[in-house]
Design a protein around this ligand. Sequence first.
Ligand code: ATP
Ligand code: MG
Length: 413
Amino acid sequence: MKYSKLFGKTIKESPKDETSINAKLLIKAGFIRKEVAGVYNFLPLGLRVLNKISNIIREEMNNSGGQELLLVSLQRKESWKKTGRWNSFDALFKVKSRYDFEYALGPTHEEVLVPLVNNFVNSYRDLPLKLYQIQNKFRDEPRAKAGLLRGREFLMKDLYSFHESEEDLMKYYELMKKVYKKTFSKLGLSAIETLADGGTFSKFSHEFQVVCENGEDEIIYCPGGDFSQNTEIAKVKEGKECDLGHGPLKKVKTIEVGNIFPLKDKFSKALGLTFKDKNGKEKYAVMGCYGIGISRVMGAIVEVHNDEKGIIWPKTVAPFDCHLLVLGNAKDKANNIYQKLIDGGIGVLYDDRKDISAGQKFADADLIGIPIRLVVSEKTPDEKIEWKERNEHKVEVIAFSEAVKRVKRESLV
Ligand code: ATP
Ligand code: MG
């Protein structure tokens, strides 16, 4: 992609109406633009990141037996009445039709999926079943000041599992804990599994929390990794010795990037989802649900991976594998290299702009945060290129063919 043609460029001024690091950097670097508080448009660079995150999650969900579908945002009021959440889900947007009825604007999808599944599940032979989607959710959040961390419209992956028994549910629930850990680590986030309240969903839940001083949540955890609770429910105090001898428990600010709930029969009871067991007896299906805030993950990545110059994307989610800069009169050399990188299947953002100083191009590259920077100038010898990684200071001049190999190796193209 030629930067001269890219829709959405860097801007010099920090947006005045944003206080969070993620919103400031993502807007300055040309990834997102605010529509109204808590609602953001994703520009081409931003969408590339969002899609990379989605695809990593999609692959993990498919590998865990999930089948992808896409559910509606405009949802029947009657189902929300049946579960009692028409009144108890505080952040529910209610949409009035000009005809005589109302919809819920989907903040979560139990009320849609359970009746839908009821059409197809009759017997224990139809279970277990795992369905997921990647879709925008709508929540009328009281505070929406943290950029992508708390949106009123935001992208979520939500998976729902349906089982014959609580035992089967809990087996899958434990598996999903492991899948979540692995997924977040692929996304460049170290997420701490944390016991938490279940809200309007269940008695308890497990959250996946990323340590970050700008986070809204707070956990008490053992740095040894065997204990973590949200302070909303924790009865222990910071400083208490860990039972397994790992030292004192720590209290830290965090961002909740994922949340899983053992729903059990709460929604199948309310919405009448039953099946015939092996003995022909009618039973309620046992459910779990598993969310990841995809757009919040993008914000969280920026919150933890940045420096004073800009964003530092993990390789797995970067909008492009490398950022090629041409300086001075080296257009032919750079064009040639650009073509070869593309032919090699490498994702390249090519800063081909004329009349932009070297300093400005370097600053923009640091702000945008693509992990590998390649520079071609009059000074670089033929067939050679300047190589620098975003999170290192070292600059190397290496053969172009070597650069192609290295980008491929590092980006797993
Ligand atoms: P929070 O406690 O932060 O309000 P929640 O517990 O209500 O979140 P869940 O219903 O568990 O959220 O949703 C699953 C995931 O969706 C969360 O773990 C989070 O990553 C993401 N998420 C929830 N609300 C928002 C929001 N307003 N903006 C962006 N992401 C969100
Ligand atoms: Mg939650």
